[in-house]
Design a protein around this ligand. Sequence first.
Ligand SMILES: Nc1nc2c(ncn2[C@@H]2O[C@H](COP(=O)(O)OP(=O)(O)O)[C@@H](O)[C@H]2O)c(=O)[nH]1
Ligand SMILES: [Mg+2]
Length: 235
Amino acid sequence: MPHHGDGLDLSKLFDPTAWLNFAIGGFKAWRGLSVLAFGTTRVGKTTLWRYLESGQPPDTDKIERTMEITGAQAGGDPKFRMHDVKLSYVPVAFRAFDVPGHEELRHTWKTLLYEVKPKAILFMIDHDAGDRPVGGTGVTAARMEEHANAFEHLRDLILDNDEVSGNLRSLVALANKADAWHSDTTYGELMKRARIRQLSSELHGLKRLSTRSSYCSALYGDNLKQQMRTLVGEL
Ligand SMILES: Nc1nc2c(ncn2[C@@H]2O[C@H](COP(=O)(O)OP(=O)(O)O)[C@@H](O)[C@H]2O)c(=O)[nH]1
Ligand SMILES: [Mg+2]
């Protein structure tokens, strides 16, 4: 599997027109449910949509990096992948947009959020994935800080736009990769250490938006069915 970031020419990914066209084309005609998953890099956002699309553990070797970097490297417009998710156990289809976690690309969160105005947002964290597929068992302060920064960015974007916050029905923080950390810590502890609880209560205080939290394993499907059912019930 290629190393994350190898040969990535970020300057090619900053064309706002390409973004806008894609977002409008993809979402304006869509009458179903739009869901976005945010989070820093390698928390498992792409894995989650892959699992939900296919209903089975995705082949980790085939999980592409979120941007089609090759297109951008060849001088073309970067392509951001959409996922259409139809689950047998919920009555609605989702359209999901795979969000890049890179700090350098975080400005794209605003475009996406404001174009899509999702009904539901999943915010994903993990313990300490680093560059390792499965991650170690430790929970590092640096990784928790990365999650907190990412959530702070998302919170500010939500606070800044009344339409976005007004349209949002469900905001769920998920501690992913539970298969790898479950015997070492709890998702409650991870939420606390990543300051999701504190930042959520600020969001609630200002916009009356409540964040629910839980855990999952996007790779093996643990707790995904339950989470999706609960989420649909909230909309
Ligand atoms: N053990 C474990 N690994 C996971 C899980 N979800 C994702 N991963 C791994 O974490 C890495 C990053 O996943 P990816 O979906 O690309 O993260 P993204 O950058 O947030 O889109 C990949 O190597 C995945 O196989 C999970 O639930 N458990
Ligand atoms: Mg991804």
